[in-house]
Design a protein around this ligand. Sequence first.
Ligand code: XUL
Ligand code: CO
Length: 435
Amino acid sequence: MTTGFFGDIERVRFEGPDSTNPLAYRHYDPDAVVMGKRLEDHLRFAVAWWHSFAWEGGDPFGGMTFERPWHPQNDMGRARLKADVAFEMFDLLGVPYFCWHEADIRPEGTSFAESLHNFESIIDYIGEKMQTASTRLLWGTANLFSHRRFMSGAATNPDPDIFAYAGATVKACLEATHRLGGENYVLWGGREGYETLLNTDLSRELDHLGRFLTMVVEHKHKIGFKGAILVEPKPQEPSKHQYDFDVATCYGFLKRYGLENDVQLNIEQGHAILAGHSFEHELALAAALGVFGSIDMNRNDYQSGWDTDQFPNNVPEVTLAYYEVLKAGGFTTGGTNFDAKLRRQSLDPQDLIAAHIGAMDVCARGLKSAAAMIEDGSLEAARAERYAGWDTPRAKTMLDGNLETLSAMVLDENLDPQPRSGRQEILENLVNRFV
Ligand code: XUL
Ligand code: CO
């Protein structure tokens, strides 16, 4: 018995690049082997419950456009229907993972205890569905930003009772993630920042955020959760100043509170762009700092420049991102979560399926192109050649020396180094052979 929500849409199959079927994969063949690993195991796709099922299609100028049978989402029966439809979609897409916030899957109660009760019973319901489904939990997270109680922050709120409320919420979400066999737990600090310094004790707020994250790590060990704890960087939105601005800022924060070995990062395409970086920069930096964990895949509208959370559709951009993922050794506990939503005029169930198909195909093409670039080796050879001078014993003595030995060397050898081309256009042309 299905809900009937997806009508006569059938399980999406791989039909190859020549297929004109709008509901078939043309590039994502989960069983295709790339660099010795199945594509499904490389990409580890996840559907985001909040965008696909909880979001109602509102914007600042108008409310719900979607009118799903489980709206309004204030009732346990409709929360179960929403879960039924979610698992039907996972099955249609053959997607290996999903992700949730507690607020996406359960109706809010009139007290914390009632919300918790609703949450636990829907977790049981999802747990039962997972017994027969092949889709697993990539990560769980807590929504500490939508309800008005969190308007001035969760862990960084000036009111200690909100800190406690946030802690109790994360405890429940982390334990539920563990119970469902989740592979990661994510913290995105949606309201961990400020609007104006005039009313903000920045130093105290950072200390509270550090203490909160330490409590999360301590609790992970206490309950025996083996997954990764991931922080998701984002600048500017919704707070004017967000504490977890970008990868570099998060790493500095983790170092300061001694958490850099316990916490990794979930890096989102659109957030990287908002921070004035490229996605591949954020990925490369996280890998270099040893904190690369997982990705939220999407894209923003480059005209509005805002966090529009659209499905990815730019193969060259995605290729450079997966190039960094592959160079970092690929995902371990992480994966590719589609933190992406339909446009509010895309009303039909078919739109939801087609959006994921397109995104999965774009990512599959990107990963295959990235793998081909790695197997070809020309790009890495060019990079190695550029730094080859540093592989000599002479260069090592420079690093082992000091400013005086460097000065002596320049004078003794009468050094007059000549600049060499960075060959950017040649390298861009090289990349364009693969995308
Ligand atoms: C917000 C965002 C969140 C996190 C999870 O921009 O990306 O959906 O991924 O809270
Ligand atoms: Co995200």
